[in-house]
Design a protein around this ligand. Sequence first.
Ligand code: CTP
Length: 435
Amino acid sequence: MDASDKPKVVLGVGGGIAAYKACELLRRLTESGHSVRVVPTASALHFVGEATWSGLSGNPVSTEVWDAVHEVPHVRIGQGADLVVVAPATADLLAKAAHGLADDLLTNTLLTARCPVVFAPAMHTEMWEHPATQENVATLRRRGALVIEPAVGRLTGVDTGKGRLPDPAEIFEVCRGVLARGAEVARGSEGAGGSGAARGSGAVRGSGVAGGLGAARGDLAGRHVVVSAGGTREPLDPVRFLGNRSSGKQGYALARTAVARGARVTLIAANSALPDPAGADVVRVGTALELREAVLGAAVDADAVVMAAAVADFRPVQYAQGKIKKKDGEEPAPINLTRNPDILAEISASRARPGQIIVGFAAETDDVLANGRAKLARKGCDLLVVNEVGERRTFGSEQNEAVVLAADGTETSVPYGPKEALADTVWSLVAPRLA
Ligand code: CTP
């Protein structure tokens, strides 16, 4: 790919200790074929120096508007970008962006960019929770910027709490999702006789949306969505459980793509070993009963709930406090099972909010579509994603193939492809159904 055809990303780096993690984000962006211009703030250079940014990006680095003035960098860099991602975004940078201040190259770039803008904040919990920061975040989101929620965990020093920069690999996935979605939007507008601003794989630049950050405002902006993922485990004794093969990948893909489309996401993860998706609030559960409690709690103010988790239909009647031991000459005692509540049927029958959209999944091995239709009716949900499963299909795989059945009778086939593509189709079916 010619350098000029590569999607152009501006990586803004704020002055926080997490600046070192932006090096990893930069590496991922360049290695996946993006042309990256790093624009650090002057204070970011206290943490990671110019040589690192310029060496890793292969592009010149400046913090001020006074370098190469004849190239008008304070305007050109923002105008030419397909995506601006600010990581870490400090409280100060969020405040400046929200108020339109422009006292260095990065803040000027934020004012001139008309492409999607992603902020990945990192700061101490108190700073994140301060009403000033929260109001600035709300302002930026209202204007269309994607401000991803910070992760919870170890902060600088001994503190832990919300405010940690999400994993760079996960921020990268958000960027990829936003660029892909921008390209899709641009293709759609071209098809409809649009401006034809798209170029390369991710271009939404110059789409003509006036006066704001983030031209490609996500269709789930302002929405709260709940996604369950993984597989429940029903304990038999302290060392054994009844479980299933679900890896959580499809549910995590749903969470990631919803973040990229602007939603506030609660991911209820049952026994998944996957890294937390950037920007999602992750609630960890073990059993079906714990999953039910978490889903009911999160669904109270949710616009949509997607039940991608593989929930055990049965659990052992009894839990042995000590490890069940084998005894010579004795047959093992049978394991008695009891039914778990059907969470999907329950939340579909009594919706926490009028107009809430509920999506279920069905894993079938035979008569896939007929069983799927019967299940959609039985569960009472709005959409049912039906996929055929087998030992080497779906579970643990990066790919999936499905048919999405809707209660209104429509069917959408999703060809074999990445789980992210299926996730995006699900959200594209959910979004227009939201009240
Ligand atoms: N589900 C649930 N609560 C359960 C079982 C399943 O909410 N106790 C949800 C799953 O998250 C999924 C859908 O229901 O969205 C799957 O339904 P289920 O009837 O369990 O499907 P299969 O396991 O595919 O079906 P079957 O029992 O028909 O084999």
